[in-house]
Ligand binder design. Structure first.
Ligand code: F7E
Length: 312
């Protein structure tokens, strides 16, 4: 039976990936951070109680990670842990960099020393493309990051590549475009919108305040994207892969679709506030998933209208 170790198991992707790996017969281990709101940040995986094994730890407390690596000796390590909110990365740039950049380096060092035969997955991000340099972005598109988050992810991406090339490790990065689900954090725009639709419909909320609704993103379903992570870990050689649907729509269109789903007009409830604008915006992203479709036979099943429906 294969053993997988997921750092960031308490997040949206950690939850979907755990379910996916359990279905495949894996033993699943994960690190959860202590937090004062939810005693052990496990709510997204609490339905898997008894089927997965979690330990307290933190990417910034490398001894907590090393202990698990030594005890479990995993076959596959998935690094999904991050300060993942782009706007908030402007408020806490140093913390974001500690976790998303140095955290990856520390993890790679421990992996190299303790279990170098394992395979390693790094959650890279389409935000690294930033102010885009080509209409569709693929594995060969240069990075042009626009936020402390994106800059930290570029470091994580290149340090994984450097360890792969220097030490012959099976370490891959998935450059994932936006991927959403009912488990998405409530301050990301898709969840903020779809949650507001439900609350407005049930008269629990009267207005929805957003920032730049003209931004366009390539939005897919997190459940489809974790399958892509696993597929790249099974490939015969470690490489980097773009994971995207290949189609983009604006926040405004996503908003319209969400309200229309319950026959409401978004315009009647929408407010715009400076508070949600970023000092530096990524206006447009659209992935080119040709490589992963062709070489790993990956095809996202959930289309944008199904995603809206599922989330509303
Ligand atoms: O923003 C605009 C905002 O915060 C999407 C993370 O998972 O995907 C995510 O990053 C767009 C931006 O996601 C609001 O300005 C308008 O243009 O949902 P988001 P993101 O920044 O694209 C990438 C791939 C990651 O790697 C990240 O970790 O929506 N927007 N009004 C708003 N965004 C938010 N959050 N809140 C608003 O009120």
């Amino acid at each position: 039976m294969k053993k997988a170790f997921i750092i960031g198991i308490g997040g949206q992707d950690g939850s979907y990936l755990s379910e996916y790996l359990l279905e495949l017969g894996y033993e699943v281990y994960g690190i959860v951070r202590r937090n004062s709101v939810c005693e052990h940040q496990e709510s997204r995986v609490s339905h898997l109680d008894g089927r997965i094994k979690t330990f307290y730890g933190d990417l910034l407390d490398i001894s907590s990670i090393e202990k698990v690596l030594r005890d479990v000796m995993p076959d596959e390590i998935y690094n999904l842990a991050a300060q993942s909110h782009v706007r908030i990365s402007f408020d806490i740039p140093q913390f974001t960099t500690q976790v998303n950049a140095l955290g990856v380096l520390n993890l790679l060092e421990s992996y190299k020393q303790i279990c170098p035969k394992a395979r390693f997955y790094q959650a890279s991000s389409s935000e690294m493309f930033g102010e885009i340099l080509t209409k569709k972005q693929n594995e060969r598109t240069p990075f042009n990051p626009r936020s402390p988050y994106a800059v930290s992810k570029v470091f994580g991406h290149f340090i994984v590549k450097n360890y792969r090339e220097s030490y012959n490790l099976f370490a891959v990065s998935g450059i994932l475009f936006n991927h959403e689900s009912p488990l998405r954090g409530e301050t990301f725009v898709t969840r903020k919108i779809t949650r507001a639709v439900g609350r407005i419909y049930h008269k629990l909320q009267t207005k929805l305040t957003l920032g730049n609704i003209n931004a366009e993103r390539d939005w897919g379903f997190a459940g489809d994207f974790v399958e892509a992570m696993w597929l790249m870990m099974q490939h015969n050689k470690p490489e980097d892969w773009v994971v995207a649907t290949g189609k983009s729509i604006s926040v405004k269109e996503f908003l319209k679709k969400s309200f229309e789903y319950v026959n409401l007009d978004a315009e009647e409830y929408l407010l715009i506030s400076d508070k949600y604008f970023r000092p530096n915006e990524v206006n447009f992203l659209q992935g080119d998933p040709e490589k992963i479709k062709k070489e790993l036979n990956w095809d996202p099943k959930v289309k944008i209208d199904d995603l809206v429906k599922m989330m509303v």
